[in-house]
Design a protein around this ligand. Structure first.
Ligand SMILES: Cc1cc2nc3c(=O)[nH]c(=O)nc-3n(C[C@H](O)[C@H](O)[C@H](O)COP(=O)(O)O)c2cc1C
Length: 242
């Protein structure tokens, strides 16, 4: 058989969550099945996001604030990649990127985008917490002054990357390394203070839908869906099946 035609099959072994020490059921009486429940009652979904985000940070302070961002091209091809959440407020979620990237080409043609956050940690009661937040809405480009403070606080290697790399372009490693070292050298000699490049851009996802998923140990998950009523900017909230 030709090596190219050999198929690779990788079966992922599932770990039964109910074998954890905390799996005693919500009543503590050893039930084999039960329902998880999202207890927080927030009228605004960003308040719930903030509560969950703070809890995740408490248990996993060193994990990156990453989410998967999905965009669609003008010829209807969907793509997804992880990005770092830089800032959020009641209006939406800010990311930073390169204006010459595929995602920005997508967003400039089709402004609808989706973010998906996955948070997994063990809390101080030993419970395995699994949370997901989905955000859908329209992405808009920010004015440079709205994200300059985010550029200013970037570490040196990120600033250098933004000067060095044209995201998505084919490169030769040796040439990139040489150019990198020249930039670093110019910074060390104080000849280059790495000003914010034109192609360094901030975009904000303004949500019209947010969905929260919560599961714990062996419990059947709970979901809360928020939809924005565009007529008065209020949010409707529904519990939906997992
Ligand atoms: C954890 C993680 C965080 C990332 N954060 C960013 C980010 O904040 N901005 C960004 O442009 N790319 C980020 N990237 C790289 C993107 O995933 C992606 O490779 C890049 O943006 C090019 O995507 P595009 O070609 O679809 O536009 C990150 C990658 C990882 C693994």
């Amino acid at each position: 058989m030709h090596w190219l035609s050999r198929s690779t099959r990788c079966v992922i072994k599932s770990i039964p969550l109910w074998e954890t020490s905390s799996a005693k059921g919500s009543t503590g009486n050893g039930d084999l099945s039960d329902l998880a429940r999202i207890e927080e009652t927030c009228d605004h979904p960003v308040d719930l996001f903030k509560t969950w985000h703070e809890e995740r940070r408490r248990y996993k302070p060193n994990a990156p604030d990453a989410c998967c961002l999905a965009t669609t091209s003008k010829d209807c091809k969907v793509s997804a990649r992880n990005v770092i959440l830089r800032e959020f407020d009641n209006d939406g979620f800010v990311i930073l990127t390169d204006s010459r990237s595929r995602k920005i080409d997508d967003v400039e043609n089709v402004p609808y985008a989706a973010m998906c956050y996955l948070w997994f940690y063990i809390n101080d009661q030993g419970q395995k917490i699994m949370k997901q937040v989905r955000v859908e809405g329209v992405m808009k480009k920010l004015e440079r002054e709205q994200f300059r403070h985010l550029y200013d606080r970037e570490p040196l290697f990120c600033k250098i990357r933004s000067h060095l790399c044209e995201q998505g372009r084919e490169v030769k490693w040796d040439e990139l390394k040489q150019r990198h070292d020249e930039i670093l050298d110019s910074v060390r000699r104080k000849e280059n203070d790495l000003p914010m490049p034109e192609h360094f851009v901030g975009y904000k996802l303004f949500p019209s839908m947010m969905e929260f998923y919560f599961a714990r140990d062996y419990l059947i998950a709970d979901r809360i869906l928020y939809r924005k009523d565009a007529s008065n900017n209020s949010w409707e909230k529904h519990r939906i099946a997992a």
